[in-house]
Write a protein that binds this ligand. Structure first.
Ligand SMILES: N[C@@H](CCC(=O)N[C@@H](CS)C(=O)NCC(=O)O)C(=O)O
Length: 203
């Protein structure tokens, strides 16, 4: 049985979303997004930094949302969501899958730290402003690429559970707006109409 260690409003929603899209059975270990749960000895035994998501599968325990997605697709794939390596869409699939943690999430992290996580007196407007500009730059090529497409590579794929999740977060942070990124804003709304996505975000 797969067990996903999860807390709401986090990257763990990506893993839950993928499990739901694939119709796989799983158990959810729902924790609070709070040090009392994430930094407990029990959770640090799963992830040395006390972070989520973590996926257990029998004797296997794995962290990093991208690695978890790859693991689920390789070991429990139930009909797709990743093009084969000889499919012309494969390179673009890989690119957007990894663009998420590589290019988009670093500034998202900084913005979240300087708007939500730090107490107001420790939030730095200059740092936040730089991160907002960097994030807008990171989204620009995706806005162009998704023009005329429903999803990142055309059809829905696991890359959407990664970069699409970051797009929904960026919309909530006010960076992806109709004015700045019309295609991405519509894409974020379209993703939320998928039952698996809505379930992952409301869990
Ligand atoms: N690159 C990692 C990032 C994991 C991560 O930082 N998760 C956040 C939630 S989105 C977390 O656990 N934060 C708790 C903390 O920093 O204490 C991944 O993609 O899984």
């Amino acid at each position: 049985m797969l067990t996903l260690h999860f807390a709401p409003n986090s990257r763990a929603s990506r893993s839950l979303w993928l499990l739901e899209e694939l119709g796989l059975e799983y158990e959810l270990n729902r924790m609070d997004f709070h040090p009392k749960d994430l930094k407990s000895d029990e959770h640090r035994a799963r992830h040395p930094l006390g972070r989520i998501p973590v996926l257990d599968d029998g004797d296997v325990s794995i962290y990093e949302s991208g690695a978890i997605a790859e693991y689920i697709l390789e070991c429990h794939k139930n009909g797709g969501l990743k093009p084969a390596s000889n499919d012309p869409r494969f390179p673009e699939y890989l690119q957007w899958f990894h663009y998420c943690e590589g290019m988009v999430m670093p500034p998202v992290n900084t913005i979240v730290v300087h708007t939500i996580l730090l107490p107001p007196e420790r939030q730095d407007e200059t740092v936040r402003g730089q991160a907002e500009r960097l994030l807008a730059k990171a989204w620009a090529p995706v806005e162009t690429a998704i023009e005329g497409r429903e999803y990142l590579i055309g059809d829905f794929s696991a890359a959407d559970t990664m970069l699409g999740h970051a797009c929904i977060m960026s919309k909530r942070l006010g960076i992806v707006t109709d004015e700045a990124f019309l295609n991405l804003s519509a894409y974020a709304d379209r993703l939320m109409t998928r039952p698996a996505c809505a379930k992952a975000f409301s869990a």
